[in-house]
Design a protein around this ligand. Structure first.
Ligand SMILES: Nc1ncnc2c1ncn2[C@@H]1O[C@H](COP(=O)(O)OP(=O)(O)OP(=O)(O)O)[C@@H](O)[C@H]1O
Length: 256
């Protein structure tokens, strides 16, 4: 059995009197690719914040790599990319390489210089996301999709086992979304990095993901992708809160 990286057990969370999450039990294992889907306001970002240790659950427990989330020290084992990463304007004074290296500050220390080896790691991370030819460009001069690739490289530079992403394709134009997902597919299949991806793209991404979790305050389905695909749209619509019709993209669409 593969190692459990994220283990949520009966997690509950409230903002004031409003219950946002209840009874969430979810396990993400090494090498798996999870899509976390659900309608607006269903608690996806809140669950991610709890997993990242930014919010404390009111009920239940979260373990990361077998340790309680509070005592988990090896934060570099988890890379995080949010939906707000791609927001630099053209005047922002940092190169692509500098942005990627900033992902090492937790490891290296804020006031220590970067070594040659750190530099090389940043270049290697940029190669993985196919952005190495932009290393000296100013981050603000890149498109939203390119910036988001750089943020993936920044999340990868610490050599994580797990990448958590909260709607990383927000702001990326539709024609670049498929190639972005294709890159995630490579990260997962070729580099063995486990992925937990929050997304609204219920068609494309569930072709990619090995597992799917459907959230709307509680988990309505979690399991392997093939079982998710067998569910009928009416069933999904009933917990989604509005009609959902999935269009099954072929895997070929992803590789374009
Ligand atoms: N800081 C906060 N204080 C109070 N309520 C909040 C706060 N953040 C989120 N909420 C509420 O909690 C619920 C879940 O929000 P959350 O952002 O987790 O949902 P989501 O599934 O990520 O939504 P979306 O798909 O729209 O990004 C929503 O009703 C939201 O209004």
């Amino acid at each position: 059995m593969k190692k459990i990286l994220i283990d949520c057990e009966n997690v509950g969370f409230h903002y004031g009197h409003s219950t946002v999450l209840e009874n969430i039990s979810l396990q993400v294992r090494a090498g798996e690719f999870w899509a976390l889907i659900g309608p607006n306001g269903s608690g996806k970002s809140t669950l991610i914040k709890i997993i990242l240790g930014l919010l404390k659950p009111d009920e239940g427990t979260v373990k990361l790599f077998g340790h309680s989330a509070e005592s988990f020290k090896q934060r570099e084992r988890i890379g995080f990319v949010s939906q707000k990463s791609n927001s630099f304007n053209s005047g922002f004074p940092a190169t692509v390489l500098e942005v990627v290296k900033s992902g090492l500050t937790r490891k290296v220390g804020l006031f220590k210089g970067f070594s040659k080896q750190d530099e090389q790691r940043a270049v290697d991370a940029l190669k993985i996301v196919k952005m190495d030819s932009f290393s000296t460009s100013n981050i603000g001069e890149l498109s939203g999709g390119q910036q988001q690739r750089v943020f993936i490289a920044r999340a990868l530079v610490g050599d994580p086992d797990l990448l958590i992403m909260d709607e990383p394709t927000v702001g990326i134009d539709q024609k670049n979304v498929a190639s972005f997902y294709s890159m995630l597919n490579d990260l997962n299949r070729e580099h063995g990095i486990a992925i937990l991806l929050v997304t609204h793209e219920i068609d494309l991404v569930t072709e990619l993901a090995s597992h799917v979790a459907c959230l709307n305050r509680s988990i309505h389905f979690h399991g392997v992708q093939s079982d998710y695909r067998k569910m009928d749209d009416e069933h999904i619509s009933s917990w989604y809160g509005h009609p959902v019709r999935r269009v099954h993209a072929s895997k070929g669409d992803m590789d374009k």
